[in-house]
Design a protein around this ligand. Structure first.
Ligand SMILES: *Cc1c(COP(=O)(O)O)cnc(C)c1O
Length: 232
């Protein structure tokens, strides 16, 4: 695993150098959805302390196992489409929800966070590419949705998230990532939210270097970083 980590690190540094960014602006979420609890523990031992999962049903065994080992040093990111009836499991356990994409979900997160007395950092997921199979707000819905969050004080809007379509030629994802950055900057210029949005969660195994060049602050890396196991 160390070899994979070193290789990803080198590629991120080169993408930063090409685009004049500081390496510290780009953080890695190790997406462990394809790997076992054992491999997840190995990833943590290699210093990957930000973990991402996309389904609570699959994540919970790992979450509990890792709680006993590393507890508070770890942060978990919820990156998958979130069913409203799973919100009660996710809020309080995951430091950040990357997939806020509809009013009913926002209300439920807010309700649960209020019960716990916490504010939950959330990223607004945008379907920039417009593919039917992708979740997320349409770009034209984003502004109205962001404005509506003012009524939900236990949600802390922290940025935007998108998934690019898989492209055999990663360069072709660039317009999607660039558009997400522009959408964030437009929201900030219009001061739609009281606090400017900072985060851009974008870039996966296939396209992370392009995402870095276009301003990603969080990369969500599964296969390229921790691998993929058949029976995870
Ligand atoms: C699975 C997943 C990833 C990581 O995928 P890889 O291509 O293996 O890096 C990133 N983001 C989301 C939302 C995912 O579901």
């Amino acid at each position: 695993m160390q070899q994979r980590i070193d290789e990803v690190e080198r590629r991120i540094q080169e993408a930063c150098a090409r685009s004049g960014r500081n390496r510290e602006e780009v953080r890695i979420i190790a997406v462990t959805k394809y790997v076992s609890t054992e491999t997840t523990i190995e990833a943590v031992r290699h210093g990957l302390l930000q973990l991402g999962e996309n389904r609570w049903q699959d994540a919970q065994a790992k979450w509990h196992a890792l709680q006993d080992i590393n507890g508070p040093a770890l942060t978990w990111h919820f990156i998958g489409s979130l069913q409203t009836n799973k919100v009660k499991e996710v809020v309080g356990r995951f430091a950040c929800i990357h997939s806020l994409d509809r009013p009913s979900l926002a209300k439920e997160i807010n309700r649960k966070a209020e019960q716990l007395g916490i504010r939950v950092p959330c990223l607004l997921q945008v379907n920039v590419s417009g593919e039917d199979t992708k979740h997320g707000l349409q770009p034209e819905e984003l502004r109205g949705f962001a404005a509506s969050l003012a009524d939900l004080p236990f949600i802390q809007p922290a940025g935007l998230m998108t998934m690019a379509p898989y492209e055999a030629e990663p360069e072709e994802t660039r317009p999607v990532f660039r558009r997400l950055r522009e959408l964030r900057d437009e929201l900030n210029r219009a001061a739609v939210l009281p606090e400017p949005l900072h985060e851009l969660s974008m870039g996966m195994s296939n396209d992370f270097e392009i995402a870095v060049e276009e301003g990603a602050t969080w990369l969500r890396l599964g296969t390229v970083l921790v691998g993929k196991e058949e029976e995870a």
